[in-house]
Design a binder for this molecule. Sequence first.
Ligand code: ATP
Length: 273
Amino acid sequence: STAKLMDKDKKSTVTFDDIAGLKEAKIEIKEIVDFLKNPETYTKLGAKIPKGVMLVGPPGTGKTLMAKAVAGEAKVPFFSLSGSEFVEMFVGVGASRVRDLFKQAKEKAPSIIFIDEIDAIGRSRGKANAFQTNDERENTLNQLLTELDGFGTNTGVIVLAATNRADILDKALLRPGRFDRHIYLELPNKQERKEIFDVHLRPIKKAEDVDIELLASLSPGFSGADIANICNEAALIAARKKKEIVEQDDFMEARDRVVGGLERKSKIISPKE
Ligand code: ATP
């Protein structure tokens, strides 16, 4: 299992330039980058650098992207695991997985640990799903709490976790010295959607007629992930039609497809504008 974990120590190439919108969240996340790059600025004044930061927001709003950007900007190794990986694990495996991960991150400090879908491990006790014994999930959660408490505040390891269900998390996770900082990511408004389109249109050969303003207007309630999806889908559609460039009608078709996909998943969330 160590070998498998080792390849999870990835160099992230994501930077803040890849993230559109999310202005407030970016300001907060930049502070985390500074904790990793210039810890002395804080420690010499006696400050304790936060250990755990929770990224909270709906699916596809850029939580993973943010975590990778922290590692990319600070140029530190990125260790990650997903809470959903633990769902089918045998007794004892989850806890040892967590232990290994922290051990490696400490050896490579300064570094980032990213735990996606932390609610799968950290939902409040007694609310486990039917497919998983409560015991194993609790072992894993307890190991995570032990690790968080066990390392000093200034070891150079910062743990970022992501959830779209902060409401169901075990309160123990949110106590001081654990995940006591929360950064909120929201669905983009129209202007932000436009900026997200801009980012994802960068690699695309697009026609003059592509109207980003209109695309942004026609995608209320879409997440950054949905917009990334539209851009790629549009390029695929154009390629299938043997076009040299991607045109507005390809984007419209792609948009309709993404809307169709969202409706099937009944995931449309009313926009906040
Ligand atoms: P989930 O909760 O479903 O895991 P998430 O919040 O972690 O989602 P990401 O995996 O970070 O979302 O986003 C998926 C993709 O969507 C990103 O890789 C990126 O291409 C795009 N994306 C999301 N938000 C943004 C944004 N603000 N700016 C640019 N691209 C974005």
